[in-house]
Structure formats: C-alpha cells, structure tokens
Write a protein that binds this ligand. Structure first.
Ligand code: GRF
Length: 224
C-alpha cells in the first residue's frame, strides 16, 4: 500500500521532525516525510532533513500570505496529503489553515485544552498541576485548538523546574507523534462532531513502547 506523504513544518530544533523521520525509517511504517519546510534559515532541524535526504524548503517571507502561497506550492509539488506542525512558530494564514482542514495536525506540550500558547510547561508548573503532558490535535484557526487525537501524560515531580519538566514532556512527544501519525496513515482516525474517533480494537499504549521513561499513556479511546 502507498505510504501517506507528509509535509513537516518546523521553526527550530526539529526533534519531533527527527522522531517522525526515525519512525518513517521502518519500511513497515505507513507514512513517509516528503518535504520539510522551515520558516527560519538557521533552524537546526533542517540538518535532520538533510541527513535523511528529505527535500527541504526554507520559506522566510515575512508576509503571512506570501509564506502560505509558497508553502502551498511546495506541498502540492511534493504531493503531500498531510501536514504536521512540529515546533512551527508562525501564525498561519487562515486560507491555508482552511485548505488543510482535517489534514493538518500539531503537537503541543500540554494536556489541551489546558495551557495553550507559549511556555505551556511553565504555565503547568505555575498552576501546580500534578500531571502534565502533550497533545496531538487537528489544527483549527484558533491557537492550539482542534479535535484531540492523542495525548500522553507525564508526572510532575515536586523538584521539577521548567527545564526538567520540558525534557520529560519532550520524551513523551517523541513517542506520541509517530504513534498518532501511524494511526492516521492507517486510516483509523475519524472526526465526528469535532471529536476524534479511533478505529482500533486496542489503541496502543505508548508507555509500552518505552516503559523506562515513567508514567505516560495514550488517552485516546475506542468509541463506545
Ligand atoms: C515541542 O515542545 C512542541 O510540542 C512545541 O514546540 C516544541 C518543538 O520542539 N510545539 P522540536 O523543534 O520538535 O524539538
């Protein structure tokens, strides 16, 4: 079966891009990265694309519409079917978001709908929550909003600072994003009334993939 062609948009470090590239390195994985796009020339994540021989585009237009037009052209050139935002730090043009509705996903370092926006981990520490985590969701025009596909939970430790909590969440992100992409590529994800249903006898538990990293689990559930 043809693999789902994915475009990944980044702005910086690109560790989630790298996690997706690694997952796609398995010939049995049902998706492939067709294109990486960065809005910053110096984004370190571009190195991961280069090392994997993945086409990359650097699009630095300051104007939102110009950026969207160029990105759209490149994504269509590469016959991309799904866009993954991975640390992409620009607000996207509304028409671009609309044109990728239900075909664009994002990862955010909180258990949405809590702690949208910047410094989600700091917001979690300030709020004193005992559990934090990350979310992969379909993109809607409002910031960090849209139907939730998967979440992973990590414990907040009493001695945590922003750096330690961020690192624990990031490790969970690197397991969750490839898992969610696999579910989508397998055609097992459906949106119904702005809620996601996952067609699976058993939704995989990401803690089983990497249990030494402590408590974390996929919170998506099989519909009734
Ligand atoms: C991640 O924490 C992601 O959840 C957030 O931005 C960060 C990107 O990290 N949206 P990286 O560039 O993938 O390393």
């Amino acid at each position: 079966m043809a693999r789902l062609r994915v475009g990944v948009l980044i702005s910086g470090r690109g560790s989630n891009l790298q996690a997706l590239i690694q997952a796609c390195g398995d010939p049995a994985y049902p998706a492939e990265i067709a294109l990486a796009i960065s809005n910053r020339t110096e984004a370190p994540g571009l190195g991961f694309a280069a090392a994997a021989g993945i086409p990359a585009a650097v699009i630095t237009q300051g104007d939102r519409h110009a950026f969207a037009a160029e990105a759209q052209a490149r994504l269509l050139d590469e016959q991309v079917s799904l866009v993954c935002l991975a640390g992409f730090m620009r607000v996207l043009d509304a028409d671009f978001v609309a044109s990728w509705r239900d075909r664009m996903i994002n990862i955010h370092p909180s258990l949405l709908p809590s702690f949208r926006g910047l410094h989600a981990q700091r917001q979690a520490l300030t709020a004193g929550v005992r559990f934090a985590g990350c979310t992969v969701h379909f993109v809607r025009p409002e910031l960090d909003s849209g139907p939730i596909i998967g979440q992973a939970v990590v414990a907040v430790h009493p001695q945590d600072d922003e750096q330690s909590l961020t690192a624990r969440i990031l490790a969970a992100e690197h397991r969750l994003y490839p898992l969610v992409l696999r579910l989508i590529a397998e055609g097992r994800v459906r949106i119904s009334g702005e809620r996601v249903e996952i067609d699976s006898d058993r939704v995989p538990d990401i803690s089983a993939l990497n249990p030494q990293d402590g408590p974390s689990e996929l919170l998506a559930t099989k519909p009734g």
